[in-house]
Design a protein around this ligand. Structure first.
Ligand code: UDP
Length: 459
């Protein structure tokens, strides 16, 4: 068991932004640290902690401490807008985090490091008020972080030209940059725009900069980042059962903010032939408009494939009326699922994804070919990489109104399930899967960076 100079077990606090896509990688990182003898505590909001309790799930080996974001009853969804949520979280969270650190210290608990999600742009500043080492944990791709950094520093001029050059990245068409860059404008999600660029406000105070990716996946840009910051590349931050299998029983992130109907999902998948199912999900936040929802519904239906489509309850009002009465009966629509178990299932042959970075890493690490249908934020850049750099799928084209039409969807799904592009995508996906496992295994690049962090914790 790892011990500090004072013979105390090191204790690390992890503070993810309170959203599914940010909780997942930090929880997994926490489990890895725990398995290596580090005590780990997750800091989350009162609302999320209550939700976890009500779903009767636990993040296994990780303890939870709560702070307030000012929305204890309803969380993010109960705020009037993202801007008002982020503002209140800053105002209330700052004091609440201070109080938590003081409380733990007054209880005599050692705190050897606090690792903060840079989406909580003020958190590292609070940590720096105390004599505690702070780190920052990027949950998005290094390519995306690098683009944001270059815009933040004024090294890329806005508005963009038709294409963009960023050191260590391939040439990008303007629309392949994150939406906050190519749609940069005061009225375009001002709260989130501030968040993604302000991630770099205090990065130079971070003793460690963690990224949830792996060396071989983003080698060049990782080398570039290493010259800038004390980088630890520790991903893919997925349950161990899908990678190196060294952590016993670790096959789930452990926290689902939406309850999954797991047995119905698995029974349905178990019944389907190998490689025959399209799994469609747009993550925990993206909202498809009614017109787009209708095209997806008919695209899935007309593809002739079996499909499992995740439509969250908060999206249901946009669901095409009448679709369920006339569809051909090949689909199952659920509000949430255990995505990793779905992707790992033999029957799944194609992942229609919004290309959130967790879903991207999950597809890569489980070797599932994709049809990328990015919606906003970093998804446009992830989709570019999935198709052109990693070669594990295709991007479906939208029309001039930004809507993906059903016939394009059908053609991409068929390409992946039945066509030559599917053969190539499956081959590449299998290669990346092996490389992801290699990074996570004992002595692999990500494993070594985690060990390096633990060593440095004790310095
Ligand atoms: N997810 C899940 N069940 C679902 C849909 C998504 O468990 O039905 C998980 C998925 O495995 C991923 C996370 O939710 O880990 C979504 O993160 P991502 O970065 O892909 O997208 P975001 O929700 O942040 O847009």
């Amino acid at each position: 068991m790892a011990e500090t100079k004072t013979n105390k077990i090191p204790h690390v606090l992890l503070f993810p932004f309170p959203a599914q896509g940010h909780l997942n990688p930090l929880i997994q990182f926490g489990k890895r640290l725990t398995s290596k003898g580090v005590e780990t505590t997750l800091i989350t909001t009162t609302y999320i902690s209550n939700l976890i309790l009500s779903h009767n799930t636990t993040a296994t080996s990780i303890a939870i401490e709560t702070i307030s974001d000012g929305f204890d009853e309803g969380g993010f969804a109960s705020a009037d807008s993202a801007e008002s949520y982020l503002e209140k979280f800053h105002e209330v969270g700052t004091n609440s985090l201070r109080d938590l650190i003081k409380k733990l210290q007054s209880e005599g608990r050692n705190i050897d490091a606090i690792i903060c999600d840079p989406f909580i742009t003020w958190a590292l500043d609070v940590v720096m008020e105390f004599d505690i080492k702070g780190g920052t944990f990027f949950t998005q791709a290094c390519a995306v972080n690098s683009i944001y950094y270059h815009v933040y520093k004024g090294l890329i001029s806005i508005p963009l030209g038709s294409s963009v050059s960023v050191p260590a990245l391939p040439q990008l068409e303007y629309w392949e940059t994150p939406s906050f860059v190519h749609n940069y404008a005061p009225h375009y999600y001002p709260g989130w725009t501030k968040v993604v660029f302000n991630q770099f406000n205090n990065i130079d105070q971070a003793r460690w900069v963690f990224t949830n990716t792996f060396y071989k996946l983003e080698e060049e840009v990782i080398e570039w980042m290493r010259k800038m910051w004390p980088l630890k590349v520790i991903g893919p931050s997925l349950p161990s059962m899908y990678l190196d299998k060294r952590l016993e029983d670790d096959k789930d992130y452990g926290i689902n903010l939406i309850k999954a109907n797991h047995s119905e999902c698995m029974d349905w998948l178990n019944d389907k032939p190998k490689g025959s199912v399209v799994y469609a999900s747009f993550g925990s936040m993206a909202q498809l408009g009614p017109g787009q929802m209708e095209e997806v519904a008919w695209g899935l239906n007309d593809s002739g494939a079996n499909f499992l489509w995740i439509v969250r309850d908060d999206e249901k009002e946009n669901f095409p009326k009448g679709f369920l009465d006339v569809k051909t009966g090949k689909g199952l629509i659920l509000a949430w699922c255990k995505q990793l178990e779905v992707l790992a299932h033999d029957s799944v042959g194609c992942f229609l994804t919004h290309c959130g970075f967790n879903s991207t890493l999950e597809a890569i690490s489980l070797g599932v070919p994709v049809v990328g249908m990015p919606q906003w934020t970093d998804q446009t850049t992830n989709a570019k990489y999935l198709e052109d750099i990693w070669g594990v799928g295709v991007r479906v084209k939208a029309d001039e109104k930004g809507v993906v039409r059903r016939e394009n969807l059908v053609s991409c799904i068929k390409d992946i399930l039945e066509g030559e592009r599917g053969v190539v995508a499956r081959k590449n996906a299998a290669k990346w899967k092996d490389l992801a496992v290699e990074a996570a295994e004992e002595g692999g690049s990500s494993d070594k960076d985690i060990d390096g962090f633990i060593y440095e914790l004790k310095e």
